[in-house]
Design a protein around this ligand. Structure first.
Ligand SMILES: *Cc1c(COP(=O)(O)O)cnc(C)c1O
Length: 337
């Protein structure tokens, strides 16, 4: 199978499994797991921030951050396609009792001007705006990346208005590699950063929430309340540490492969709009007699899996288990369609 449905489908390599097998572990609820402590320290340093917390999923790190930054009745500003709003089971309302003020952004990206227009005035009729959340890269935006200067403008606005600033960085390293940025730049402007180890970085499980000491202390308490306190989880943290130490630079290979597949798609008359491909995600719509279901069915006959992200669009996600041979075979099948 050549599986482009998501970058979550990767399996640990022999080297990663070896790191997991050799991990030193302890009870993390007692702060006694040396591998988790090392991973949390490593990630915090990487972003130039004080502390971080290892969690089971990106949904959990996002939801913990939202809970930390808000009070029930507050309002969160984000793009309407955001994972925190669309794909976390209504968690913002369920866990934090907050409403959401959504912005119609540009491929998942919102501007400082738009944020400004969505901040509620200090009026008893209105929910108190307390948090702005960005997503980089944007999943529904087809892996689109922010312009760093726009994020700086939003950070300045948040500071002026007394709002917290969070980033859902499930694929942050894809943006960092594509835009030649550094993690420390993000550490300087965000109050909290969520990163996924189980997407493009190839670990089987895990996410990290990164911030200052006070925030992480609160996050640790909320993680426990959410049932997310883990014990000898150093075995999975070892995979995350391995991923951060070995699998970031190679994301460029995935981006290059995505470009090769995009070029093949562009030549097909049944392919309609392809969202600009900036990283490892390709989202395109089909036309004429073709439907996403039909296209995905034809690919599946050749053991190639893709995902129908909307009734008119197909999503392809390239990741580290996709080899050059697989890309060549995919291009050949597309050419023959
Ligand atoms: C995958 C993803 C998450 C987290 O998902 P989990 O499956 O809970 O780890 C968060 N945000 C975005 C944009 C994602 O793509």
């Amino acid at each position: 199978m050549i599986d482009y449905r998501s970058d979550t489908v990767t399996k640990p390599t022999a080297a990663m499994l070896d790191a997991m097998f050799k991990a030193k572990v302890g009870d993390d609820v007692f702060h006694e797991d040396p591998t988790i402590n090392e991973l949390e320290h490593f990630a915090a340093e990487m972003f130039g921030m004080e502390a971080s917390l290892f969690c089971s999923s990106g949904t959990m790190t996002n939801q913990i951050a939202i809970k930390c930054h808000t009070q029930p009745g507050d309002e969160v500003i984000c793009d309407r396609t955001s994972h925190i709003f669309q794909y976390e089971g209504g968690g913002i309302a369920f866990n934090s009792g907050c409403s959401v003020n959504v912005i119609v952004g540009d491929r998942g990206r919102i501007s400082a001007e738009q944020v400004k227009a969505h901040i509620n005035s200090d009026d008893v009729h209105k929910a108190a705006t307390s948090l702005v959340s960005l997503e980089n890269t944007s999943n529904r935006g087809g892996g689109s990346c922010y312009d760093f200067n726009e994020m700086i403008r939003i950070a300045e606005l948040c500071k002026q208005e007394g709002l917290k600033f969070h980033i859902d960085g499930a694929r942050l390293f894809n943006a960092i590699v594509a835009k030649k940025e550094s993690p420390k730049q993000y550490g300087e402007i965000f109050d909290s950063i969520s990163i996924c180890l189980s997407k493009g970085l190839g670990a089987p499980v895990g996410s990290l929430i990164i911030g200052n000491k006070e925030f992480i202390k609160k996050a640790r308490r909320i993680r426990k309340v959410f049932g997310g306190g883990m014990r000898q989880a150093g075995y999975i943290a070892a995979a995350g540490l391995y991923a951060l130490q070995n699998n970031i630079d190679r994301l460029q290979v995935d981006h290059d492969n995505a470009q090769k597949i995009t070029a093949a798609l562009k030549a097909k008359s049944f392919v309609d709009e392809i969202l600009p491909v900036e990283t490892n995600i390709i989202i395109f719509s089909v036309k004429n007699e073709m439907t996403p279901k039909l296209f995905i069915g034809k690919m599946k006959e050749h053991n190639i899996l893709m995902y129908p992200i909307s009734p008119t669009q197909v999503r392809i996600v390239v990741h580290l288990d996709i080899t050059q041979e697989m890309v060549q075979k995919t291009i050949q099948i597309i050419n023959e369609l």
